[in-house]
Write a protein that binds this ligand. Structure first.
Ligand SMILES: [Zn+2]
Ligand SMILES: [Zn+2]
Length: 318
């Protein structure tokens, strides 16, 4: 099968062996896979991953022990717990110490024509949700994780720092809470995609200090946290969504003096993400920057930060 393999450098491979499903797993034909900032960080060295890259996908089940899944469109949770440790038995397989993570840790990813995943990881895609929407289920779930962890009140002033792909999805989700929402970014071109849902401002043109109740860092770089801790109110919350290869330069004194709560936030509820798309409460397709074949991976990875590059693995390119 065709795939994108990472081993110090990213390469397109034409004839990689197709995976075989293990016990309890489904064999999935991938329809679309999308590039996430995490993939770009892996290419810089994050997690020291080797193998097929990619974790955001939608596909169709070709083979599984449970025939109810066959020919069904699916998206999937990316964490594969061991199923035996204390955290797995308490239902926290996202935090299993021995977990494998699709396209990130010890599990071949989705920039390929076929993948395998445990049935327990799969969610069926509702008929009214198109493939090019469903491919956003995983990052949209990551945005929803913020509301799983923090009570965002409709009276709160909330800022999202970073208007990349994830920042845009977070903006769509948090606007549904009714909070007073501001998105702060550096790139004018895509900042205003959220204009009907949030106040969009360029960081260079505003000067906030201790102003917001909740600040979400979705910059994907180390500067985001320092800026977030400056603009959050005393006793406010900073939610961290960025994972990156660099080390952050921090001033923890400010956390103490302002009594800031830091909340780390990663993967979220995929079923809820599919519901938001089914009910048309979010509009994700406007975030697609381009649809590419795997062979066109260099152009796909060069797409600007705020828009999503999507690989099409089936049929002809639109
Ligand atoms: Zn991702
Ligand atoms: Zn475990």
């Amino acid at each position: 099968m065709k795939c994108l393999y990472f081993d110090d450098a990213l390469t397109f491979i034409e004839d990689y062996p197709q995976p075989r499903r293990g016990k309890g797993e489904a064999l999935i034909k991938v329809h679309y896979g999308a590039i996430c900032n995490t993939d770009k960080e892996i290419i810089k060295g994050y997690k020291g991953f080797q193998g097929i890259l990619g974790h955001e996908f939608v596909g169709i089940v070709e083979d599984a022990e449970n025939s109810a899944y066959i020919n069904k469109r699916v998206v999937g949770k990316i964490n594969l717990g061991c199923g035996e440790c204390e955290r797995c038995s308490q239902g926290h397989s996202n935090h299993c110490e021995n977990r494998r993570v699709l396209g990130i840790t010890n599990k071949e990813g989705v920039f390929a024509q076929y993948i395998t995943l445990p049935l327990a990881n799969l969610h069926l895609v509702p008929d009214t949700v198109e493939d090019l929407e469903a491919v956003f289920a995983e990052p949209l779930a990551a945005a929803l994780e913020i509301t799983e962890q923090c009570h965002i009140k409709p009276t709160h002033k909330v800022a999202i720092v970073g208007n990349g792909k994830l920042g845009q999805l977070i903006g769509q989700v948090l606007s549904l809470t009714g909070c007073d929402l501001t998105i702060l970014g550096r790139s004018e071109k895509t900042l205003f995609l959220l204009k009907n849902r949030a106040r969009a401002q360029l960081i260079s043109q505003v000067d906030y200090e201790s102003y917001f109740d909740v600040v979400v860092d979705a910059t994907g770089n180390q500067a985001g946290l320092s800026y977030a801790q400056k603009i959050v109110k005393p006793m406010g919350k900073v939610v961290l969504k960025s994972t990156y290869n660099d080390q952050a330069l921090l001033d923890p004194t400010l956390w103490v003096v302002k009594e800031i709560t830091l909340v780390g936030s990663r993967c979220g509820p995929i079923g809820a993400a599919l519901r938001l798309m089914e009910k048309k409460l979010v509009s994700v397709k406007e975030l697609i920057g381009g649809v590419y074949t795997l062979e066109e991976y260099q152009a796909a990875f060069a797409e600007q930060h705020a828009l999503k590059s999507v690989f099409k693995m089936i049929g002809n390119k639109d």
